[in-house]
Design a protein around this ligand. Structure first.
Ligand code: C5P
Length: 225
């Protein structure tokens, strides 16, 4: 008998990370950021100079890679490591963001990462965020949330994030185009595309504060378990 699982899916920039962390903290559950895993592999593919169309080489690299998360108590934020190297900052750069959807559509990449996510979730007690959590990774999750917002709102938030992290490069129109393109790639790929699971509850976050969204999910969870 495993502990409950909350699946939070949705497109880029809908506020998933902040909301997922908040929900995990409120409910005392573990937090799993699956996007960070796809980003970590993408970073490694780029470092290795592998052509993004060379699926065989990407698959080979994936087979020899180990993504790890470490909770650092100082900053209350997770560190992301690949093969022991801390790449927490490196996976958030515009360069990785621009390429991650290409790497994450490679079947072997998805197979390996989904298997790992399922191993980590075997005992439950987690809130996992991504694109295919409710549809593919944890189809039997007790609560499924589909978090969205308009492209304009999501671009505004991304710009703010980048500015707060001191990462240069970003104007609103460009971010809107990039977000729309990532949505398109993520929702049209063959292997587990981004899609609202029929049993997921959709929350459109335009104009809602983070706190409001977290509170809504906490209440849904308390009703569902
Ligand atoms: O959530 P985040 O923006 O960090 O995700 C980065 C990318 O990783 C997504 O645009 C998508 O291509 C991929 N991803 C995925 N499946 C997941 C999580 C992320 O394909 N479960």
């Amino acid at each position: 008998q495993r502990q409950p699982i909350i699946a939070i899916d949705g497109p880029a920039g809908a506020g998933k990370s902040t909301v997922t962390k908040g929900v995990a903290q409120r409910l005392g559950l573990l937090y799993l950021d699956t996007g960070a895993m796809y980003r970590a592999l993408t970073w490694q593919v780029l470092e290795a100079g592998i052509n993004l169309e060379d699926e065989a080489a990407i698959a080979e690299l994936t087979a020899h890679s180990q993504v790890q998360f470490i909770n650092s108590p100082e900053d209350n934020n997770q560190r992301v490591l690949i093969n022991g190297e801390d790449i927490t900052q490196a996976i958030r750069t515009p360069r990785v963001t621009a390429q991650v959807s290409l790497v994450s559509q490679v079947r072997a990449v998805r197979q390996q990462l989904v298997a790992q996510q399922q191993r980590w979730g075997r005992k439950g007690g987690i809130v996992a965020e991504g694109r295919d959590i409710g549809t593919r990774v944890f189809p039997d999750a007790e609560l499924k949330i589909f978090l969205t917002a308009s492209v304009q709102e999501r671009a505004r938030r991304r710009l703010q994030d980048l500015q707060e992290q001191g990462i240069p490069g970003g104007n609103l129109e460009e971010l809107e185009l990039q977000i729309a393109e990532r949505d398109r790639l993520d929702s049209t790929r063959k292997t587990s595309p981004l899609r609202k699971s029929p049993d997921a509850i959709e929350i459109v976050t335009d104009g809602l504060t983070i706190e409001t969204v977290i509170e809504q999910i906490v209440q849904l969870y308390q009703k569902s378990v």
